[in-house]
Design a protein around this ligand. Structure first.
Ligand SMILES: Cc1cc2nc3c(=O)[nH]c(=O)nc-3n(C[C@H](O)[C@H](O)[C@H](O)COP(=O)(O)O)c2cc1C
Length: 242
C-alpha cells in the first residue's frame, strides 16, 4: 500500500505531554484496552515480546501510584496509569515460542534458510539472553565479541545491562504506539520516568528482575495542562546527512 495518510501528520502534531487532565470529562477505559492491543503490534527485538503493560484503574491504587510518581500533576489528575514493564526472565519461553512458530511456518523444511532461522532462536538467542546474577556471562560475551570484532562486523551490545537497554527500546516503542493510539481515540497522555521504581514495582507486584520503562498517564487534556508552546532544537542541529 502506498497511499498517503495526511491524518498521521495531524496526529503527531496534536500529541502533547499533558500535565493536567479534565477530571470532569467522561473517560472510556476501553479506549486504553484498544490502544494497548495496538501497542502489542509495535516492532520489538527478535519478536521476543519481553514486555507487560500494567493498567492501574482503581481510585485507590491509582492514588498510591500517583504518589509514587512523586505526586506529579500528570499522575494525580489522570483517569488511568499504564506501566510499561520489561520481563527479561521470560526469555526462554519466548525463544521456544518463536522456534515453534518457525517450525510450523517451515513445515518440516530442512533447507539452509529454515535451519538458520531455527538456529537463531535455539542457539544464538539463548546464548545472548542467558545471564547470571553478577552478569559474568555477559562479560565473557563482551570479550568474545571484541575478539571476533577485530576481523569482521560484530554486535557489541551483549552484556547483561546491554540486554536491559535492548528490552527498554522495544518497550518504549510500544509506549509510543500506545500514546499515538490514545490520541487517535481523542485522549491524551504523559510519559513519565519520574517515579520511585522500587515502590512502583512493589505496588504492581513485579518480581525483582522486572523493570519499569515508563509510566504513561491518561486522560482528556485541559488547556492549562499543556505547559508551553512546543519547542525543539533546530532540525539542522540534529538531522545529519552522511
Ligand atoms: C522517557 C520519558 C520520560 C518522561 N518523564 C516525564 C516525567 O516524569 N514528567 C513529565 O511531566 N514529563 C515527562 N516526560 C515528557 C517530556 O517532558 C515531553 O515529552 C517533552 O517535554 C516534549 O514535550 P511534548 O511531549 O509535549 O512534545 C517524559 C518523556 C519521556 C519520553
Amino acid at each position: 500500500m502506498s497511499e498517503h495518510h495526511p491524518y498521521f501528520n495531524d496526529l503527531i502534531h496534536s500529541r502533547r505531554s499533558v500535565r493536567k487532565y479534565d477530571q470532569h470529562s467522561e473517560f472510556d477505559h476501553d479506549a486504553v484496552a484498544r490502544s494497548l492491543e495496538l501497542a502489542v503490534l509495535s516492532p520489538n527485538s527478535s519478536n521476543m515480546q519481553l514486555w507487560e503493560f500494567h493498567r492501574v484503574i482503581s481510585d485507590n491504587e491509582r492514588d498510591q501510584l500517583a504518589n509514587i510518581c512523586m505526586g506529579q500533576n500528570a499522575a494525580k489528575t489522570a483517569n488511568e496509569l499504564v506501566a510499561f514493564v520489561i520481563t527479561p526472565y521470560k526469555w526462554k519461553s519466548r525463544a521456544e515460542m518463536n522456534a515453534a512458530q518457525i517450525r510450523q511456518a517451515f513445515d518440516g523444511r530442512e533447507d539452509a534458510t529454515a535451519k538458520r532461522a531455527l538456529k537463531y532462536y535455539e542457539k544464538l538467542i539463548p546464548f545472548v539472553y542467558r545471564n547470571d546474577q553478577l552478569g559474568l556471562f555477559g562479560v565473557g560475551r563482551k570479550i568474545l565479541s571484541y575478539c571476533l570484532g577485530i576481523k569482521k562486523p560484530m554486535v557489541r551490545e551483549v552484556s547483561k545491562s546491554d540486554l536491559r537497554v535492548c528490552l527498554h527500546k522495544s518497550s518504549s516503542l510500544a509506549a509510543m504506539t500506545f500514546m499515538m493510539a490514545m490520541r487517535a481515540e481523542g485522549y491524551d497522555t504523559c510519559p513519565m520516568e519520574g517515579f520511585d521504581s522500587k515502590r512502583a514495582k512493589k505496588l504492581l507486584g513485579l518480581p525483582k528482575e522486572a523493570e519499569i520503562t515508563m509510566i504513561v498517564s491518561c486522560g482528556r487534556r485541559t488547556e492549562e495542562g499543556i505547559y508551553s508552546e512546543r519547542h525543539r532544537v533546530p532540525n539542522q542541529d540534529i538531522i545529519i546527512s552522511h
